[in-house]
Design a protein around this ligand. Structure first.
Ligand code: CTP
Ligand code: C5P
Length: 338
């Protein structure tokens, strides 16, 4: 019809194992090059052949990529070496990939067919984060765990004020990523709640953003119209999760949560205790938490006393038992394979 131009469909593909904000950032840039983004995700068998076994199963990886807000569609078991036929099959114009070379098991450039067909475009890779790096941090921190046990911090104040946390705190100092306001702006929805919107608030660590978090946030978002996620500082997270966590620093966790399609806004460094002031400030209608424990290792008081008294507290069932500890366990039991 008149005035309607054909939509530009973009193809992106990859493993998306332990999906991180670097992956999300490449998909954000890919989407910006067209109107509609289709992401091909490789299956476990192909990844094992070309790269070694992934930490997350294909079902988990498909779900995580579907949860990223710039993704319109996911193609499961996408070919490791995409061809012009692959793109035609999904009506895609070109493929977008980060500016690193992806090699097949035979040492071939996985994109050679698309490159020679002129249907390959590059975006810049996000420096300072990769699946290998995150796995490395997890292994390093399990070793450091015992050495760091003696460290003690006065975090009582931090747990109620949500004071700033410097990336490079003792638990996240291995991070090589530098956060800029531009990056946060790129990831942000930039939208305020509309008048009458029901505001939902959920707070937590959201370390190594995983399928359990994703399912939780999906349920949380169904409780209202505008979901605000409060991220605890590294200091606070360390206090209740133990001496080797968090693995991702506050800024990295912020970007991962912002990339999630169910999230409207993020509080970068939220107080552990949900106060009356916070409820008023964000005009919160309902506060929720998953079925995981809220009591922390220090035995401090219930952070949800205020919303409970106001009759605004809800427990949400993510129906998913994934935890950061489980991921760590998978990595450690398979460490020889990585
Ligand atoms: N990507 C990126 N920035 C990163 C990591 C990945 O832009 N820090 C991009 C890749 O360039 C690719 C897409 O994310 O376009 C999917 O990457 P994937 O196949 O999952 O693997 P890797 O590139 O190996 O990612 P990683 O190094 O994290 O394992
Ligand atoms: O543990 P963390 O603070 O990262 O959890 C953030 C929120 O996600 C919490 O409300 C927790 O109960 C919820 N969650 C869940 N199911 C999981 C993992 C986390 O509901 N498998």
């Amino acid at each position: 019809s008149q005035g309607q131009r054909r939509k530009v469909k973009v193809w992106s593909d990859g493993c998306y194992d332990m999906v991180h904000f670097g992956h999300a950032n490449s998909l954000r840039q890919a989407k910006a090059l067209g109107d509609y983004l289709i992401v091909g995700v490789h299956n476990d068998k192909d990844i094992s052949i070309h790269k070694g076994p992934p930490v997350f199963t294909e079902q988990e990886r498909y779900k995580m990529v579907r949860g990223i807000k710039w993704v319109d569609e996911v193609v499961e078991s996408a070919p490791y070496i995409p061809s012009p036929d692959t793109l035609d099959q999904y009506d895609c114009d070109f493929c977008v990939h980060g500016d690193d070379i992806t090699m097949t098991a035979d040492g071939l450039d996985a994109y050679h067919l698309l490159k020679s067909a002129g249907r390959y475009r590059e975006v810049s890779r996000t420096a300072g984060v990769s699946t290998t790096d995150v796995v490395g941090r997890m292994l390093l921190l399990t070793r450091e765990h015992f050495r760091r046990d003696f460290l003690e911090y006065d975090v009582d104040r931090a747990s109620t004020t949500g004071s700033d946390s410097v990336p490079g705190s003792p638990w996240t100092e291995t991070s090589q990523f530098l956060t800029t306001t531009a990056k946060i702006l790129n990831f942000s929805n930039g939208k305020e709640p509309k008048p009458g919107d029901k505001i939902v608030y959920a707070a937590g660590a959201f370390d190594i953003f995983h399928v359990g978090h994703l399912d939780f946030l999906e349920q949380a978002s169904k409780l209202g119209d505008f979901l605000i996620v409060g991220l605890h500082t590294d200091t606070v997270v360390n206090k209740y999760k133990g001496s080797n966590q968090p693995i991702m620093n506050l800024h990295e966790r912020s970007l991962s949560v912002l990339a999630c399609k169910y999230v409207s806004e993020v509080v970068i460094g939220a107080p552990r205790v949900v106060t009356e002031g916070l409820m008023e400030h964000f005009k919160v209608d309902v506060v929720c938490h998953g079925k995981t424990q809220t009591a922390d290792i220090t035995g401090s008081s219930d952070p949800y006393l205020v919303p409970k008294k106001q009759g605004k507290f809800v427990i949400v069932d993510s129906k998913n038992d994934m935890t950061t500890e489980k991921i760590l366990y998978r990595i450690i039991t398979h460490r020889l394979e990585y």
